[in-house]
Design a protein around this ligand. Sequence first.
Ligand code: NI
Length: 259
Amino acid sequence: MERLIFDAHAHYDDDKFNDDREELLASLPEKGVFAAVTNGTDIATSQVSIDLAEKYDFLYAAVGIHPESTADTDVGRMDEYIEKIAAMLKNKKVVAIGETGLDYYWDIPKKEQHIIFERQLMLSKDVNMPIIIHDREAHGDTLEYLKKYQPYGLLHCYSGSAEMLKEVLRCGNMYISLGGTVTFKNARVPVEVAREVPIDRLLLETDAPYLAPVPFRGKRNDSSLIAHIAEKIGEIRGMSAEDVLRFTKENACRFYGLQ
Ligand code: NI
């Protein structure tokens, strides 16, 4: 089987994989997975992500602090955290800073979120490494940061409008990734985005273990299920699923600086 799946964003450190993580990860290449990027959400899980990536050839790591980790992050120690992330970025299996960003869905103090996100944006510019950005119900402020920093980044599980997408793509060197939500029955905006996004700016992701595509909605997600997302995007764009996988794999390799 030709390995065409590149999962641009997953969380294989998640507890939902505790029972069969090793077995599952070992099985993914034979299910067509070429590569996957597992993302840390704080310093500890970033290290776990690196440890996993070192164990599996196809697996790479992103390291950073997620907005949902804000309560456990002492912003007074940001210099120290940034130093730790910068040190982790030197590992050969680490391909990006992330996951970071803004989350206004949960009740998380905004001031602290902004400090944590902005410092990682600055680090990304300093070391010229891509950054994986989470934007949940924080489109306006996220766009302001994109305009200010012009990052080399991925807006993951993109949930904005097709209109906002145009503005996002005018900033720096930006890509977006789409996942299971595009297959959901009520998906209207993600379908429009899947149709409009320039094909060379699109990546596919799972956000595993979350957001499994139809017909696995509500179940645990893993990188092999990207085939269903490619199928749906192929339908929307009038392309074969295989071509969607080929283009998005090529884009992800370019984005993450891999062969
Ligand atoms: Ni995520």
